[in-house]
Design a binder for this molecule. Structure first.
Ligand code: F3S
Length: 390
């Protein structure tokens, strides 16, 4: 792979051993994928933040890096294992909290923005069209590539951190025009009313297309919350990192030779079967929204549904600290509390240790429904926001 003088100096250790280690990792990755060169990244999002996921070995790895290296570009974090402020209210034990805060301190020392969210684009890290970035969280990767038209591969925790510390990523995969073309057409013949309908469709399509690039036809309208639910589900049941929606996503108009591509239909029958498949439980102990992290718009919608009423079950809304702050200024936290709910920031139902608290969780996210049984030993009730709440 071609390296500039600056990149060679990093590799040779002129900027310290950690920078050299990170550059070696990126060069190896580039060699595996036949990258011709590196590309500068405008921002990074790092995964592997929850103590539940990375444990003590991960903490030690991060502390070693933090002792020597600093990030070069705007870098955000994926959700942590708890609300970094209100962890006691979540029922998190002291030992877990101590370790989680040590992880956060290591990231802080590296110069990373302590914004632990899977929706960085809603919280101050918004790339532009065609900008190269290195993000790790699969739903954020999908949103950035598909809805914004930025360019990122689905990074692992270490390769994202290496991009943050060097400012570069190898130029291969979705950074290149030729790899962003659709592989399969999805003909949508279902009525899509709410986020969970889009999530169910994403779940079905992700299972069918695996890591290929789907091109959706027949979606009349979709807001950004629905697109984030769709992309998150496809990244969970398959490994879809980029999708196009005719008339809606920014790159869709570039492709007109679709007739020779394989076609898959998503209709009412497939929608119903996916809802049935994702439901493995009956009586939830709790309802948790915000996978991916709730937008302010979703927060307002939930508050409007429960205003002046009690929800059927206690509920949490997972979101970024930035959205929580604004929601509190708007008084939404009071409305939510009176209905039996809590706004939980910095974390989510999958990366926090909810298995110590609940057995059955209700969600409107197909991604959460996919991971909760394995990661958190939960039975799952999957449905739409309004029906779950009232
Ligand atoms: Fe985000 Fe957690 Fe879902 S990281 S996408 S809320 S599983």
């Amino acid at each position: 792979m071609y390296l500039t003088k600056e990149q060679e100096r990093m590799l040779d250790g002129e900027n310290g051993e950690i920078v050299a280690r990170m550059m070696r990792l990126l060069v190896r990755l580039g060699d595996i994928y036949n990258a011709e060169k590196m590309v500068k990244v405008a921002s990074v999002q790092v995964s592997g933040v929850s103590y539940k996921s990375i444990g003590d070995p991960g903490l030690e790895f991060l502390q070693d890096i933090a002792n020597e290296a600093r990030v070069k570009v705007l870098t955000f974090l994926n959700p942590a294992g708890m609300d970094l402020e209100a962890w006691k209210e979540m029922g998190i034990d002291e030992e877990f909290a101590k370790k989680q805060l040590e992880i956060i301190n290591a990231f802080r020392k590296m110069g990373i923005v302590i914004s632990a969210t899977c929706t960085p684009y809603l919280a101050g890290n918004l790339p532009r069209y065609r900008q190269h970035i290195a993000w790790a969280e699969s739903s954020a990767v999908s949103f950035a590539n598909s809805v914004i038209g930025a360019r990122t591969n689905r990074e692992g925790g270490p390769s994202a951190l290496a991009a943050a510390i060097t400012g570069y990523t190898p130029m291969y995969g979705l950074h290149l025009d030729e790899n962003r073309k659709p592989d399969v057409v999805i003909e949508v013949n279902a009525n899509l009313k709410c986020n969970s309908d889009f999530a169910a469709m994403g779940y079905y399509v992700g299972s069918a297309v695996k890591n290929r690039i789907p091109y959706f036809r027949g979606i009349e309208d979709a807001d950004t919350d629905q697109l984030k639910a769709l992309g998150a589900a496809m990244a969970a049941s398959g490994a879809v990192a980029l999708y196009h929606v005719e008339g809606i996503t920014p790159e869709a108009d570039k492709f007109d030779e679709l007739n020779n591509l394989e076609k898959i239909e998503f209709g009412e029958k497939e929608k119903k079967e996916t809802y049935e498949k994702l439901n493995t439980g009956e009586e939830p102990d709790i309802i948790i929204f915000g996978c991916p992290h709730a937008s302010l718009n979703e927060m307002v919608r939930i508050a409007n549904i429960v205003k002046g009423r009690k929800a059927k079950k206690p509920f949490w809304i997972c979101t970024s600290r930035a959205v929580k702050e604004v929601a509190m200024r708007m008084g939404l936290d009071k409305v939510i509390q009176e209905a039996g709910g809590k706004i939980v920031a910095d974390t989510c139902m999958v990366v926090s240790p909810i298995e110590k608290l609940f057995k059955t969780t209700a969600v409107n996210s197909a991604k959460a429904a996919h991971y909760l049984p394995g990661f958190c030993k939960q039975k799952v009730v999957f449905g739409n926001m309004e029906e779950l709440l009232i």
